[in-house]
Design a protein around this ligand. Structure first.
Ligand SMILES: O=C(O)c1[nH]c(=O)[nH]c(=O)c1Cl
Length: 313
């Protein structure tokens, strides 16, 4: 069998990517991803200006996952745009995704996208509407009207392919509402999910939180989040126009976990916490494990089972 995956018109060796924020801060980390077994990769979400981010400790690995309140540390949009343009020239056949966020809010999102529109970069962009860790700033994607207003504004001038990174939703009406908004726009993909925002982990030896920012509140990733991630991939895939692909992110520790995201309809699958814990060799293990699942089930390709989750009705 083969793990070959076609996503927005390009065929990758396999569906695996890093999740934005993990192992993608600078050229060194990005080049390591590019030369790893991962099918593709995405950059750290960029803000207009570089940011140091929140005080440390701000990321902690836990037995069942991770908690983080990084606060959007990044080297600034110019840095990632320069990297993207150079790489687009030197490796035109190895497309990747550039992640864009905003620290200031609505206007910075628009300005950042305008800068990319006016640049030589023509590849995919992931518009991060779901950073849960900017103190005092609500997540864009939990405000359906603002999300619609932002996408309307961007599509007035933006002609290049892009998608959005969403937070997890926990209510059927919210799945309906966000899908109704997104279906009004020519988006290339939706990435579900970002971390489950504002969780709290207590250290059992000190009865204290484990991260410094926000009194210990931080985004949860890893094993904790797989049921929520799978539900969001499935719910969005069921509701979105078929032209909008879904990237599955959240709780992928094994090839079986990746297989489940594909069953729910994901085209690509992203790994965050497990990549942070295991390093870039995680992709060799995950591709081997996913191949083994296909062999065990007698599938020759992902297309044979993608989106074919069984139900009991
Ligand atoms: O604190 C962060 O930098 C961060 N952390 C996350 O868990 N998701 C995000 O989108 C971002 Cl931008």
């Amino acid at each position: 069998p083969t793990l070959e995956t076609t996503f927005y018109g390009h065929t990758y060796d396999n569906p695996f990517m890093n999740a934005s924020g993990v192992h993608c801060m600078d050229v060194t980390e990005l080049d390591e991803l590019a030369s790893s077994a991962a099918g593709s990769f995405v950059t750290k979400s960029a803000t207009a200006d570089g940011r140091k981010g929140n005080p440390e400790p701000r990321y902690v690995n836990l037995d069942l996952g991770s908690i983080n309140s990084m606060g959007l540390p990044n080297l600034g949009l110019d840095y990632y745009l320069n990297y993207a343009i150079l790489r687009q020239k030197s490796q035109p056949d190895a497309p990747f995704v550039m992640s864009v966020a905003s620290y200031q809010g609505f206007d910075e999102y628009v300005d950042n996208m305008r800068q990319i529109q006016d640049s030589a970069y023509t590849g995919l962009v992931e518009l991060n509407l779901s950073c849960p860790n900017v103190p005092g700033k609500p997540q864009m994607a939990y405000d359906f009207e603002d999300t619609k207003r932002l996408l309307t504004e961007i599509f007035k001038f933006y002609t290049k392919p892009f998608g959005v990174k969403l937070p997890p939703y926990f209510d059927m009406q919210h799945f309906d509402k966000i899908a109704n908004v997104l279906n009004q726009f020519d988006l290339k993909f939706v990435n579900c999910i970002n971390s489950i925002g504002n969780g709290l982990y207590i250290d059992e030896t000190t009865d204290t939180v484990v991260i410094k920012p926000k009194g210990g509140f931080g985004g949860i990733g890893g094993e904790y989040v797989k049921p929520t991630a799978l539900a969001n991939v499935r719910a969005l895939k069921q509701r979105l126009n078929p032209t909008i692909e879904v990237i599955g992110t959240g709780g992928i520790l094994t090839g079986r976990d990746a297989y489940e995201h594909l069953l729910c309809g994901a085209s690509m699958v992203q790994v965050g916490t497990q990549l942070q814990k295991e390093g870039v060799h995680v992709f060799e293990r995950l591709t081997a494990e996913l191949l083994a699942v296909l062999e065990e089930k007698g599938y020759q390709s992902i297309a044979e089972f993608k989106g074919k989750l069984g139900t009991l009705d």
